[in-house]
Design a protein around this ligand. Sequence first.
Ligand SMILES: [Zn+2]
Length: 481
Amino acid sequence: MKEYTTVAMETCRKSGAGYADIRIIDMSTEILGVRNGELSRIVNYRSLGYGIRVLVNGAWGFASSAGLDRTGIAAAAAKAVEIARASAKKINKKVRLAPEPAYVDRWQSPYLIDPFKVSVEEKIQLLFAVDEILRKNKKVKGAEATLNFAKERQWFASSEGAFIDQEILRSGAGMEAEVSDGHEVQRRSFPCTGGQFVQGGYEVVSAMKLLENAEKTREEAVSLLSAKPCPSGEKELIILGSQLALQIHESIGHATELDRVLGLEANYAGRSFVTLEKKGKFQYGSKLMNIVADSTCPTGLATFGYDDDGVRAQRYHVIKEGAFQTYLTNREFAHEIKEDHSRGCCRAEGWSNIPIVRMPNLSLMPGNCKLDELIADTKDGIMVDGVKCWSIDQYRYNFQFGMEIGWEIKKGKITGMIKDPTYQGITPEFWGGLNAICDNDHWVLWGVPNCGKGQPGQTAEMSHGTAPSRFSKVKVGVQNR
Ligand SMILES: [Zn+2]
């Protein structure tokens, strides 16, 4: 690949670029789905191309193209420089990149079984078997099982001398049963809504035990039809796995992306209440709250050797014992918060997009209790699981969530299932009420494969580690029924 990256760097240098980088990306994707006894999705595609980013007089220029040939690369490099040169006439502030060593390295995510080498027949057989179990009840109107695999090979080279070769393999799987009794519709998914995604190979799919959990998933969905409605009022709230992951994603992850804080990104519930003066001074939540950004943790969707700025993967506290520490940054914005290095949060979707500030894996560190102890210690509460719907305001401050399923807890015992549970809160008050977190045995990294950001929109993936956690005095059951 060096022959191609050299053409790009040479062209950029000769055309007067102060800084340049190229990402060559070869991406393979396979998506398979079975719905109601029929093959619903069979997608297999490969995408190869490159994106060249340059700085001329402190302004960015970017150009990209599919394919891979020297003439095309030279033309794209010249175009990127031309765009940057034109942009330089209009900028108020010159881009300044935080220093980073020029790494020459190779990094690969570990896996046991390459899913692209497992026959499509074997994969589809699994999906049909899961789908059949899901439909063994007349109330099931929609059953679906899916598999999703992506292999991304990326070569990054910069004018500073970096040359980084990375290979990442991600695997996802999941199922969902939708039931109806003619009056209402309920659904239940497994392992979580939209499926669980992790870095790893086909061994990940076997470990999820879809077949073994299909009956339970179906029966929980059916039981929801006759479950009690969610009680309303202020309750103790125990949030399980993937729902807590979404809570972290929306009320901490996006809120601490520095480009949103600076007002440079405002799409998708855009800006942030975590304004600059709060750095190092703001109590985000209770003392139990430790939120760690970690691009080094095994199986995380945003685990890598280096980000798209060529910055090495890092692990650091965003929130320590409830106190806000720092923002998610890239090389361009680090100096805006007087930091001398990037926090390694720069990524782009594929080869045709310019990198932007992106959440890494962001997790709530585990506590020290067991789930049964937590339930036994809860006098009047509800426990919820399964993402159904959510909304959050423009500053990531007020939010509300609806889940697939809940259980009522009275005097330390689960007294029954509840349907359509909801809760709402204000970010710092809600996290201030965090009063118990289950231990490491309960801790799971939940994958978010479809985080949307930017304009033109880009999709990125990351994971959030959570163990069941309890929050005090949360408004639950607020709904219009
Ligand atoms: Zn997102």
